[in-house]
Design a protein around this ligand. Structure first.
Ligand code: NAD
Length: 357
């Protein structure tokens, strides 16, 4: 059965995407293709070696390396990076890393309109969206702007094979959350649904092999393919309760990004399955349980993902406050949301129990 609906709107960004183990060696070609000659390479501090290797690979077309990308894109770091880009007269950006590095590239692009080449090393999916989250004075705000959409993405399985198994699993569940919420998004379209299902299938097929053998390049490539598809869904349609809860827990209680997504996803899907059971049927089919939340809870358990908010830094006394914050300015959600239900959901997630709904 096709996913056609008689009325929908869809918008596609013009992005060049290349896949392949070793494809990072083509960065110079991509810089030249953009008509650029002066690349600034970006990374986080732990990935500075990868940034230096990338700079060597690029050779004459690189004018600087900035290795201070930080989680949640603080504007103070962005200001320094923009000053550096201006100083070296950069005409394009090469971001190598996860969502934090991609976020810095996007924040620089917002302020300078420099074109971006992203070489992702996690599955977060930020490279495929026009969304930017930034933090100023401890407050995170999110915007969408065509200027922040990266022009080129190079998915290189060799780079993601160094991602530790624990982060591999949580980052994959972070990506899968974009697709799962995309399935019931109010503004979904037949193509976003197709992308979401294919993205979930790619992770379901490849993750066991990646966990068993993190250097399996075929499986790593397949997970990057999943990340691209799931990220593209995030860039196309609005997210709902799951993302609202994760933004609240990350923003107000400082919980780690990917781990929070991993813990919350089964609970949010079980909650929403009552109103969006038909839309979530692909999750049930792919992961093998009539309750899509339970299906992902079992999948996450098998892969050794964190299951409990208490394991990742949440305090029990903050659960009610979190429920209040998450329901005070709610995102659109298929299942009506009440504070009492969200407390019940969070209590199960806190303990690491199977979903309560
Ligand atoms: P991250 O980029 O912060 O990476 C986590 C850590 O892992 C960093 O220290 C990084 O250097 C290291 N790392 C990354 N790849 C590695 C690899 N292959 N091998 C070894 N170490 C590696 O984490 P993330 O989960 O990719 O991104 C999270 C950030 O991205 C959050 O700020 C989130 O809000 C943002 N995000 C934004 C969007 C969007 O569309 N704007 C989408 C998803 C996530």
């Amino acid at each position: 059965m096709s996913h056609f609906t008689s009325s929908f709107a869809a918008q596609f960004a013009s992005v060049r995407v290349r896949f392949g183990a070793g494809i990072r060696s083509q960065v110079s070609e991509e810089i030249a293709r953009l008509g650029c000659k002066r690349a600034l390479v970006l990374s986080t501090p732990p990935q500075a070696d990868s940034a230096m290797e990338m700079a060597q690979e690029i050779g004459d077309l690189v004018v600087g390396v900035f290795t201070r990308a930080t989680m949640h894109t603080p504007t103070a770091v962005t200001d320094e990076a923009v000053a550096h880009a201006n100083l070296v007269r950069a005409d394009c950006l090469v971001a190598i890393g996860g969502g934090s590095t991609t976020g810095l590239g996007k924040a620089i692009a917002l302020r300078t309109d420099l074109p971006q080449i992203v070489v992702p090393t996690t599955y977060a999916g930020s490279e495929a969206t026009n969304i930017l989250g930034q933090t100023e004075n401890g407050v995170k705000t999110t915007l969408t702007d065509a200027k922040v959409q990266p022009e080129v993405i190079l998915y290189d399985a060799e780079l993601v094979k160094t991602l530790p198994v624990g982060m591999t699993v949580t980052s994959a569940l972070n990506a899968m959350a974009h697709a799962a919420e995309g399935l019931y998004a109010k503004d979904r379209n037949p193509v976003s649904t197709l992308l979401a299902i294919e993205g979930l299938e790619a992770f379901a097929e490849a993750l066991d092999n990646v966990v068993a053998n993190p250097a399996d390049l075929e499986a790593r490539g397949r997970t990057l393919y999943g990340a691209w598809l799931c990220g593209t869904v995030l860039g196309q349609v609005g997210m709902a309760l799951h993302h609202k809860l994760c933004h609240t827990l990350g923003g107000s209680f400082d919980l780690p990004h990917a781990e929070t997504h991993a813990v919350i996803l089964p609970h949010a899907l079980a909650f929403n399955a009552r109103a969006a059971g038909r839309e979530l049927e692909p999750v049930s089919r792919i992961f093998g349980n009539a309750n899509p939340g339970r299906a992902l809870y079992d999948f996450a358990t098998r892969l050794g993902a964190p299951l409990a908010l208490m394991e990742i830094g949440m305090r029990e006394e903050d659960l009610v406050k979190a429920a209040e914050l998450a329901t005070s300015k709610p995102y659109w959600n298929p299942q009506p949301v009440t504070k009492e239900d969200i407390v019940t959901l969070l209590e199960a997630a806190f303990r690491g129990d199977p979903p309560a709904f």
